[in-house]
Design a protein around this ligand. Structure first.
Ligand code: 2P0
Length: 313
């Protein structure tokens, strides 16, 4: 018997960077994201004699997945599993493959092992693997915040159907993982205290921009959150420079488009890709402009997607 689940990647409009001390993989700052329909992880689990993992068709060992399975087994009855997972986009390159990956894995295991978890419990389960995965349990606009640090939907995908163009500037895995980068920023950046102190107020303002569907406010606040996070990364020691030259050029291109009246803004995570968020009528113009930027290898287009779900059991 096998069970398959699918989950979509998400990108943060308000960024999480840094963890609380103690167990549970709780973020130090709240975040808000959009779930992307075109970027998916599909994961199949099957009973086995011992755990085995395949990613994109290759047998692998993954310390983070092994550690997370061990944590889940402390709370739930989960037998040995053969896990096979496939991403339809580059892995570990700043496109949130761990978000869709752990959301799909938690959803598949919940159904396969008959855990009967609520969406909130499944989100907390996914968070143990990767905090951003807590958001991919839900579709549309999603918040991850205190006190329980479970993802919660703010708006359904069709309530504000924005579009996203991802400009891929490099598809190899990043040099410093998000987890290691966050630890470094927390330990060494002189701005870390200011980052966490402003987070609750930033969260409320950005959440209001989403519920009011105020694109101009969202653009300004999301861009500010992204650049503030990268200031934190740049001020870490040794510095975390996830950007490539083309990353900056894409952001400049998007700011020019916005100044010309196009409703678009850019955001960048722990990798060199640029995600342009725009209104649907502008998506072709945005994609064409990004394809013209030297160093952009390819682009992906997406709308907003739904939450993680079982597809086959
Ligand atoms: C985010 N990122 O809010 C931020 C912005 C990247 C930059 O969450 O350590 O894979 O597994 O909890 O969730 C990526 O970090 O990190 C991330 P862990 P995760 O989307």
């Amino acid at each position: 018997m096998q069970t398959t689940a699918i989950a979509h990647s998400n990108i943060a409009l308000l960024k999480y960077w840094g963890k609380q001390d103690g167990p549970g993989n709780r973020p130090a700052t709240p975040s808000l994201s959009i779930t992307l329909d075109a970027l998916t992880t599909t994961t199949t689990v099957e009973d086995a004699h011992a755990d085995a993992l395949r990613l994109n068709g290759c047998a692998i060992r993954d310390a983070k997945i092994e550690r997370t399975l061990a944590e889940w087994r402390r709370d739930c009855a989960i037998g040995p599993l053969a896990i096979s997972s496939r991403n339809n986009f580059p892995t570990a390159a700043g496109l949130a493959s761990s978000a869709s990956g752990f959301a799909a894995l938690a959803t598949a295991i919940d159904a396969h092992c008959g855990l009967r978890l609520s969406a909130g419990e499944r989100s907390a389960m996914a968070r143990r693997g990767s905090a951003s995965a807590a958001r991919s349990i839900h579709g549309g606009f999603v918040a991850l915040a205190a006190p329980n640090w479970r993802g919660a939907q703010v708006l359904a995908p069709d309530a504000w159907p924005l579009a996203v163009v991802v400009a891929i500037t490099a598809s190899e895995p990043k040099a410093v993982s998000s987890t290691a980068g966050m630890e470094r920023s927390k330990a060494t950046s002189p701005y870390f205290g200011a980052w966490t102190e402003a987070a609750s107020a930033d969260f409320e303002i950005l959440k209001a921009a989403i519920t009011h569907r105020d694109f101009d406010a969202l653009a300004e606040l999301a861009e500010a959150s992204c650049l503030k996070m990268h200031a934190l990364m740049l001020s870490s020691r040794p510095p975390l420079i996830y950007w490539h030259g083309a990353t900056v050029e894409c952001l400049r291109t998007l700011r020019e488009l916005r100044a010309g009246g196009c409703r678009v803004f850019g955001t960048v995570d722990a990798g060199p890709q640029v995600k342009a968020v725009c209104e649907r009528q502008d998506v072709e113009q945005v994609e064409a402009a990004l394809q013209d930027v030297p160093g952009v290898e390819s682009t992906l287009r997406s709308g907003l997607g739904g939450g993680a779900r079982v597809t086959d059991s």
